[in-house]
Structure formats: C-alpha cells, structure tokens
Design a binder for this molecule. Structure first.
Ligand code: MN3
Ligand code: MN3
Length: 326
C-alpha cells in the first residue's frame, strides 16, 4: 500500500447531483462558433451607418476581453476550491466554453470588419479605461491565491450575470429588429451557457456561505454589495462611452441593473435595483428569453449539426436548485 493515493474521479458515485445535472446540461448544449453562418449577416451589416458599426465592433471587443478573463483566470481560480471532483470536471467544461465564447467574437469580426478595423478594436479593448477597470478588478480577485474563495465566486457571478450585459444589449436589439440574426444567434448560444454557469457557481457560493459563521456571512454580504456598487458605477461610465452616440444609454443601463439583480439572485441575495423585466426594452427582453427560442437556424448549418433538446435555466430551475438542501 502506498501511504498517499491519488483519487480517481468516480461518476458512479455522485456526491452532489447538481454537478452531474450541470455536466449533462452543458455537454448537451455544446456548440461551436464555426457552425453559425455569420456571413449571412453581411447584407444587414452593410446597411448600418458608421456610428452603429462602431458600436457593434467595440461592444464585441469588450466582450472578447471579458471572456478572455473567464477562460484564462476565472475557472482556474474557481478550480482551486472545489467541493467535489465532479465540480472540477464541470469547471473544465466551462473553461473550454469560455474560450469558445472569446473566439466566437473573432469569427464575427473576421466576417464583418476589415483587418484595420479589427486592429483598432483590439487596441481599444486592451487600453480603454472603464473596460480595463472591470476586467482587472475581477481578474485581480481571481489571481489572488489568498483571496476568500467565496469572493472569487461572487466576482465570477457578477461578471457573468451582470457585466456582460451592457455588451449583449446590442446584438439582442438587432435580433429584435430582424437584423444580424446569425451574429445574434451566437450571442444567444453564449447567453444559454452563461445562464447555466451563473446558476451553478451561485449555487456553489450559497453552499459555502452557509458553512460560515453569522459574522463571516455578514462580512461577505457587505463586501459583495459594496463591490457591486463599485462595478455598477464603472459600468455607467462604460455604457455612456459606448452608447451615448446612438442614444441608447438609459435603456442599456436599465438592462444592466435588471441583470445585476439576477446576479444577486444567483448568489441567494436580495436585489437592490428597482428595475424588473417590465422596465427593460421589450425587444431586448424577448431576445434574452432563450427558453422560448427555437433553433431553426441550425437548419441553415447543414446536416452534421444536432443540437440537444435543452433549454436555458429559467427562474423555476433556479428556485428548484436554491431549495436543494445538501
Ligand atoms: Mn462566457
Ligand atoms: Mn460563463
């Protein structure tokens, strides 16, 4: 007998059913950017004026940076503090999909933008102050090996369920107007993933929080609300920068606050903003209800591609999970 043994992952012995259910859901809804025919959007793209083309390009530049953070540092940070070996496997799946997300924007750029435009977008996203703020504030928590693992989960859920949405607004808006439909389908596939990611990591956060003393729980809560206000304050500036030119800033910020509340719900926390789904631009809220989306567009893609019959998490799933007593 060795005095130290490396433990094999055993999928026939599941400690937490949520790990297995999440693995199955994520693998069923696997997709690749290269299967979506973005070039079919070129006729719509050519009709946009320069202001709106600039918006679309830079929105995707921002999203590329955030998905880069997730794929390079986010999951690596969460993997340091797992409760089960199956959680590690789920996080491995998520990490790969974050790389697919980050790459998918490049697929969009390479179809819609010139090489000069693409260079300008990347220079912008690697230097823009408010975008860099959010990426670095989140990544600093991920990279700090002495940080409270609960704070790393909070940072993850705030990024995934809130900070992406100032960017997602644009493709969802065009989807609602029957423009850039294939680009928007990529975003819907990403949203469907994020919906599962945010719920799962929020659930793991809640399990960890329950094990802390009341004082420690209060300290984590105080910290997370402060951090959310800091992020939202920065998000206002980022949103103005992108959207003032086209006049959408107020509507985008309503959408951001609505999603900030969703992020808090994923963490089992009370919402802080008054905004509800009824306040969000109806065209955009329709686009986000991925539960009702059909995937007819895959028929454009050819025979080889079969998408599993899966739906995004909805509020009922969320309630079911958060009531699961482990
Ligand atoms: Mn992502
Ligand atoms: Mn994600």
């Amino acid at each position: 007998m060795v005095d130290k043994s490396y433990k094999s992952i055993n999928w026939n012995q599941i400690n937490d059913e949520i790990d297995k259910a999440t693995w199955e859901k994520l693998t069923e809804q696997f997709w690749l950017d290269t299967r979506v025919p973005v070039s079919n959007d070129l006729p719509d793209w050519r009709k946009l004026d320069d202001k709106h083309k600039y918006l679309v390009g830079h929105v995707f530049g921002g999203l590329t940076l955030l998905d880069t953070v997730q794929s390079q540092d986010g999951m690596a940070s969460l993997r340091r503090h797992v409760r089960t070996q199956h959680e590690t496997a789920v996080l491995n799946n998520i990490q790969f999909m974050e790389s697919v997300h980050a790459k998918s924007y490049s697929t969009i750029f390479s179809t819609l933008n010139t090489p000069e435009e693409i260079n300008e977008i990347f220079e912008w996203s690697d230097s823009e102050e408010y975008l860099q703020n959010k990426a670095n504030w989140i990544a600093d928590i991920y990279k700090d090996t002495s940080a409270d693992p609960l704070k790393q989960k909070v940072a993850n859920v705030f990024l995934e369920t809130c900070l992406f949405y100032s960017g997602f607004y644009t493709p969802l808006y065009y989807l609602g107007h029957n423009q850039l439909a294939n680009t928007a389908e990529i975003i819907k596939l990403i949203l469907r993933d994020e919906s599962v990611h945010g719920t799962y990591i929020g659930y793991k956060f809640q399990l960890g929080l329950k094990e802390r003393s009341q004082n420690e729980q209060d300290a984590v809560k105080d910290w997370l609300y402060d951090f959310l206000y800091q992020l939202y304050d920065n998000e206002e500036k980022y949103t103005k920068l992108l959207y003032d030119e086209v006049g959408w800033t107020d509507k985008v910020l309503t959408f951001v606050r609505y999603n900030a509340n969703k992020a808090l719900m994923n963490l089992g926390m009370d919402p802080i903003f008054p905004d509800t789904a009824d306040d969000v631009e109806p065209i955009v809220i329709n686009g986000i209800s991925t539960t009702t989306s059909n995937h007819d567009f895959f028929s454009q893609v050819g025979n080889g591609y079969r998408l599993g019959q899966v739906e995004a998490m909805n509020d009922d799933d969320y309630n079911k999970w958060s009531n699961t007593d482990k």
